[in-house]
Design a binder for this molecule. Sequence first.
Ligand code: ASP
Length: 325
Amino acid sequence: MKQLFHILVQNFTKLHPLQHVITRNVNRCKCKTPVYITSKKKIISIKHLVIKKRRKSPCIYEEFPKIRFIPMSKPHLLLLSSSKVHGYEFLEYAASDIKNFLNKSGVSTVLFVPYAAVDHDAYLKKVTPVFNKWGYQVEGIHNNNPIEAVKKAEAIFVGGGNTFLLLKTLYDKQVVNLIRERVLKGGIPYIGSSAGTNVAAPTIHNTNDMPIVYPQSFSALNLIPFNINPHYLDPDSTSKHKGETREERILQYHELPPEYPVHHVLGLREGCTLHVDGDVAILKGIANARLFLRGKPPQEIPLESNLSHLLTKNICVEQELQILQ
Ligand code: ASP
C-alpha cells in the first residue's frame, strides 16, 4: 500500500545536500513513498519517488536523527449531496454509509455543526434522534467553546443549510483551520451534507445558495482539491424556465479568465455520496454524479466510479508542514 510521509527537518538551512542524502537513502530503503522535505524556509517536494517498498516504514530515522518520518494521517471524508432525498426520511438514504463510516473509526460521539442554519438548537434537536437511533451521541458545537469542542471531537458532522452563513460562522468562531487540521492531520472522520459538503471543497463558488451574509473569504476547508455543486439538477428540455441551468452556471464559472483560480466541479445529484479514504475517492449512494473538468465537456459519473484521480493535487502538499523546533 502506498504510504505518505512528511519528513520533518530540524535546523537545516542548506537543502540540497540533504535532499541528495534522503533521495539516496530512500532509494536504498526501496520505499514507494512521495517524499516532502521541509526546512524553515522552503518546502521541496520530490514528487513521485516511485521505488519498490520492502520494509513497513523507512528506516532513515536511525541513520539521520534530525530527520523524522511522520506518516500522514489519511483523511476520512463522507460527503453527501443532501440530507433529504425524495422518498426517504432525513439522512435515511445514507444511513448505512454513515454508520459504516463512523464505525470504521470507532466513533461514539459526533460533533454536530449546525452553523448553516439560524436556529442552532432546533437543528441539533432534529439531528440528535437520528444519530441516537444509530447508536451515536451527538454534541452541538454551539453548546460549548467551539474551539475546545473541535479539539476534542471524535468525528464532525457539518449539516446543510445556507453555505454563506455556514462559512461565515466557521470563520467567526475561528474553527476553519482547526477543523482542517483535525481532519487532515488528526485523521478524524468528517461528514458533510450539502452546505457541509460545499465547505469541504477549496471554495464555495459552486453552491446554489444566496449570499445572505458575507464571509471574510470564499475559501473553505479545502479537504479535497475540487469544488462541489450539491443537489445537482439536470437541464430539463421540456421546461419553459429561461434562467440559466445548473450546467450553464458551472460552465460560466469555468469560462473565467486564467487569472481566476478555478477548480473542477463535481455535481452531486441528490442521493450521491462521495467517500474519500486517504488518496482513494469513490462515488456511492443512489444517484450518478456529473463531473465538470475545466475545458472539457461534462461527464456522467456512474455509481461506484473511482474518482481518486481528482485527488491528485495531493492533499499533503497543501498541508502546512510542521517544522520541529
Ligand atoms: N442549500 C444547500 C443545502 O445545504 C446547499 C446548496 O444548495 O449549495 O442544503
